[in-house]
Design a binder for this molecule. Structure first.
Ligand code: NDP
Ligand code: 2IT
Length: 449
């Protein structure tokens, strides 16, 4: 992709020089900048105020060592990060990822995307992200706890309810948030809303577990209604992943009348033409922390296949990639199109490669980018922060309704911006522009900081 606008192409060249070994970060920046050419042409104050050059450089990037002792008494050292990318519209906000693939590039791409995603929610949250190359797989509860405590021993000096509020992401769920919260409280002697995704007994939001997956389906419903003139009813759905986002997307899609025929993990996928039973997946993944292959042992009509990528060869109407970045490439997009897909929406962050996205858009397949489609999770986190501030708790139904409204509004904002700027129904361009404009206006108002 080449940027025609000189201001943007010069900035991108600098970003490339400064961040040479960070392909995921460069990918995310290029995607956003290429959507912004029309805005930069229309709004000269952007260049005058150096908005873009400030936007692509994190306000702060913290890297630290996490030493911990495993069950055999061996000392282990992991590398951890927190990127505090942009605080123009609120305290830094974004998840923590624990996965062996975590590095500076991954954390920076996620933090950069989070700026626009959070702006789209219309709640006051800036962009941040963090994590570590610690691999939670196969670790005992005690090892997870010791890692989380050591991680928080350093992180606690950088976060706070009005500064930076982390949450979960890959490898971080309620258990890990609990251990981190406990350590923060012990070190600082304060009970504060410094993390979201907390347990219900200590300030968590009813609905946070469901929020991203349900939110993804609410957003997809908007796409189906307004861009495809149809609904989930009777549709065949393929969902990659079988973690937090995938499970609740499968549950909501099923409730809305669709049939989810396949789910995966990093080893392989299961296919059942009768529809996946979400409760069985929950038992395997949430309760036992097992592998998706176990599903085919429990449900006789299901078949297990090694290798996760081939999940996209299964014919479906709706594809919801909910595992990880760059899991759906150009070839997979072509196969989905050949098999008649009508709508693709990203539950994960940047699961589709840029070439995959181009394929879908060129073939007029409605495509929902992650920063819009998966914003239900962080939106619920924003509501959890509000509840913590006012020491209050909304019911599951109340939060569900608020998330439905927020997801509808995210779709409408993106759709309206796509039309205003001459890219009718292109939700990538529309969402990037509507998220960007809010952050940009706040940055200009606050001066050169
Ligand atoms: P979980 O840890 O709960 O689940 C992750 C799932 O993705 C697992 O099935 C995992 O398989 C699979 N996966 C992870 N890494 C890879 C890989 N390299 N290749 C193939 N499969 C992989 O994470 P979440 O469900 O929370 O997150 C999934 C995605 O959604 C991520 O992109 C995350 O950033 C994004 N997201 C999450 C939000 C949230 O609220 N949790 C909010 C918005 C976006 P295995 O078990 O084999 O590792
Ligand atoms: O990618 C994401 O939006 C998340 N992992 C959720 C972040 C949050 O702060 O709830």
């Amino acid at each position: 992709m080449s940027l025609k606008n000189l201001y943007l192409s010069n900035i991108y060249e600098t970003v490339k020089k400064r961040n040479k070994n960070e392909p995921e970060f460069l990918q995310a920046v290029e995607e956003v900048l290429s959507s912004l050419e029309v805005v930069v042409d229309r709004r000269p104050e952007i260049e005058k105020n150096g908005v873009i050059e400030r936007l692509v450089e994190p306000e702060r990037m913290i890297q630290f060592r996490v030493p911990w002792v495993d069950d055999r008494g061996k000392v282990n050292v992991n590398r951890a990060f927190r990127v505090e990318f942009n605080s123009a519209i609120g305290p830094y906000k974004g998840g923590l990822r624990l996965h062996p693939t975590v590095n500076a590039s991954v954390i920076k791409f996620l933090g950069f995307e989070q700026i626009f995603k959070n702006a789209l929610t219309s709640l006051p949250m800036g962009g941040g992200k963090g994590g570590s190359d610690f691999d939670p797989k196969g670790k005992s509860d005690g090892e997870i706890m010791r890692f989380c405590q050591s991680f928080m021993t350093e992180l606690c000096r950088h976060i706070g309810p009005d500064t930076d509020v982390p949450a979960g992401d890959i490898g971080v769920g309620g258990r890990e948030i609990g251990y981190m919260f406990g350590q923060y409280k012990r070190i600082t002697n304060t009970f504060a809303g410094i993390l979201t995704g907390k347990g219900l007994e200590y300030g968590g939001s009813l609905f946070r577990t469901e929020a991203t997956g349900y939110g993804l389906c609410y957003y997809t419903q908007q796409m189906l209604t307004h861009l495809c003139n149809t609904s989930f009813e009777g549709k065949t759905v393929v969902i990659s992943g079988s973690g937090n986002v995938a499970i609740y997307a499968a549950q909501k899609a099923t409730n809305l009348g669709a049939k989810v025929v396949a789910m995966s993990d990093s080893c392989g996928y299961v296919y059942d033409e009768n529809g996946i039973d979400v409760e069985t997946v929950k038992q395997i993944k949430e309760v036992k922390r097992g592998r998706i292959s176990e599903y085919s042992q429990k449900v006789k009509s299901a078949k297990y296949f090694d290798g996760c990528k081939n999940i996209w060869t299964i014919p479906c109407d709706i594809a919801l990639p909910c595992a990880t970045q760059n899991e759906l490439d150009e070839q997979s997009a072509k196969t989905l199109i050949k098999n008649g897909v009508i709508c693709v929406a990203e539950g994960a962050n940047m699961p589709c490669t840029q070439n995959a996205v181009s394929q879908l858009i060129q073939n007029n397949i409605p495509f929902g980018p992650g920063k819009a489609a998966n914003a239900g999770g962080v939106a619920c986190s924003g509501l959890e922060m509000s509840q913590n501030s006012i020491r209050y708790s909304w019911t599951f139904k109340e939060v569900d309704q608020k998330i439905q409204d927020i997801m509808k509004n995210i779709f409408t904002q993106g759709y309206d911006a796509s039309r205003e700027y001459g890219f009718d129904g292109n939700m990538v361009v529309g969402s990037n522009i509507s998220g960007f404009n809010k952050v940009c206006n706040a940055m200009i108002s606050q001066g050169i900081v």
